[in-house]
Design a protein around this ligand. Structure first.
Ligand code: URP
Ligand code: ZN
Ligand code: ZN
Length: 458
């Protein structure tokens, strides 16, 4: 059915305009004032509301075998939560481990999502080893429409690659025009520091941060950048958490390295005091890189405001309290991760407004920039004739509180519990179909499509 969203303020990067948006056959076909539309068109009045392009979360984990368990969401639960929060596209990390076959892993991840996601999705393909068949398998995966890779410099012997494997991955990516995303921590140092802390009897969750200090992340970030510099590939640091790592990334950008930077919601809004809470309360906040000393929050927000940071993702990765308790005897065994897919947009809008970050930056770091970096623009990430009709009608008068009691993510806690939000989506569409209204899913489960993307980083 055709859709008309009438009289909202359309916000895209570089433009704010009061107009109607008309969508037919899944795409935006007309933008203008007082549009006359065919009978039978579904009409939504957006007077007094903002209309954003569907938001994009460039870093989520849904199906994830990790640390002796599996992340809690399914593609159905995560995508419904995403849509209620205004995210209409997510890019999931496809993460077979070192012992798995990469191509079989890719097919497995695709089969998990296919027919189960309510919003559109793509994958970053993790390269967790580089062996004889890796190049031909990666070429096949790129030809299938997955044009971004992921490497982990952390998680030794599981997801982690060594420097030789990183070099081979980046060299191939450079030839294929593929961007490589990277988790930047020094795996060897983390393993040694964990060993040392545990030997000293320091096993509570508060010791997770000292086992992966800022210098360990800065080293990983700098090393990744140096490898990019010497291979010519384009790279993207995921979940950068602190000033030291930011300085390493900015120094690389300054000398012309093709490097983009992502921060994630927890590192903007939370700090290490959360993980220092005793017992299970602290375990809920164990993630990698860890929550940092509080001053880093402001550093990351400033970098975001200035455009030094490109995107904000979530690293959505829900483990419930029973799973977190796998690490009750040692922080080393606490499954790393925290959910966020449902709350990212509302919290970024709310806190961004308090910090006087303009809507132009907001829409860029929460949607447009990810679309541009990952080969989705202008299909996604903007509102323009010919773009997919992924639209978020946003009610800036809504007032509410984040809570586990109202969340749709499949988890028994919310790391952002009690935070207030000043605005939320009143209507969310995926390719012209209304999928969420006022905090409720009202759409078609399984509507989401796998998004094929061309390499573009030549
Ligand atoms: O703690 C985290 N970040 N868990 C998910 C895996 C990863 O490193 O992104
Ligand atoms: Zn990571
Ligand atoms: Zn992640």
């Amino acid at each position: 059915m055709a859709l008309l969203i009438r009289n909202g303020e359309i916000v895209t990067v570089g433009s704010r305009v009061q107009a109607d948006v008309y969508a037919e056959n899944e795409t935006v076909t007309t933008i203008g004032k007082n549009l006359v539309v065919p009978p039978g068109t579904e009409i939504v009045d957006a007077t007094g509301k903002l209309i954003f392009p569907g938001f994009i979360d460039p870093h989520v984990h849904i199906y994830l075998p990790f640390m002796a368990t599996y992340a809690k969401d399914t593609h159905e639960t995560a995508s419904i939560a995403a849509l209620i929060g205004g995210t209409t596209t997510y890019i999931e990390m496809c993460c077979p481990n070192r012992n798995d076959d990469a191509l079989a892993g890719y097919q497995l991840w695709k089969s998990k999502a296919s027919g189960n996601s309510a919003c559109d999705y793509a994958f970053h393909m993790s390269v967790t080893k580089f062996v004889r068949e890796t190049e031909s398998q990666l070429r096949e995966i790129v030809a299938d429409g997955t044009s971004s890779f992921k490497i982990f410099l952390a998680y030794k012997n599981f997801f982690g690659v060594d420097d030789g494997e990183m070099y081979q991955t980046l060299a191939l990516a450079g030839r294929l025009g593929v961007i490589v995303t990277a988790h930047c921590e020094n795996a060897e140092l983390v393993a040694r520091l964990q060993e040392q802390l545990v030997a000293e009897g320091k096993t509570e969750p508060e010791w997770h941060e000292p086992s992966r200090p800022e210098s360990v992340e800065a080293e990983g970030t700098g090393r990744f950048a140096t490898f990019l510099e010497n291979t010519g590939a384009a790279g993207y640091v995921v979940h950068l958490s602190c000033e030291k790592a930011l300085n390493a990334a900015l120094a690389a950008k300054q000398r012309g390295v093709r490097l983009s930077v992502e921060v994630v919601l927890p590192h903007l809004l939370l700090d290490k005091s959360f993980a220092e809470r005793p017992g299970i309360e602290g375990m809920k906040y164990v993630m990698s890189p860890p929550l940092r000393a509080k001053y880093n929050n402001e550093t990351l927000w400033s970098a975001l405001a200035l455009g030094f940071v490109d995107t904000v993702g979530t690293d959505h990765c829900p483990f419930d309290t029973d799973q977190k308790l796998l690490g009750k005897d040692s922080f080393v065994n606490i499954p790393n991760g925290i959910p966020g897919i449902e709350d990212r947009v509302n919290l970024l809008y709310t806190i961004g407004k308090r910090k006087r970050i303009g809507l132009d930056r907001f829409v860029d770091f929460a949607s447009t920039r990810a679309a541009k970096l990952f080969g989705l623009f202008p299909r996604k990430g903007t509102i323009a004739v010919g773009s997919d009709a992924d639209l978020v009608v946003f009610d800036t008068n809504y007032r509410g509180t984040v809570s586990v009691k109202t969340q749709h993510v499949n988890n028994d806690y919310n790391g952002f519990e009690g935070m207030t939000i000043e605005g939320r989506p009143s209507l969310v569409t995926v390719r012209g179909k209304v999928q969420a209204r006022d905090g409720k899913f009202v759409g078609e489960r399984g509507r989401g499509r796998f998004l094929k993307r061309e390499p573009k980083h030549f």
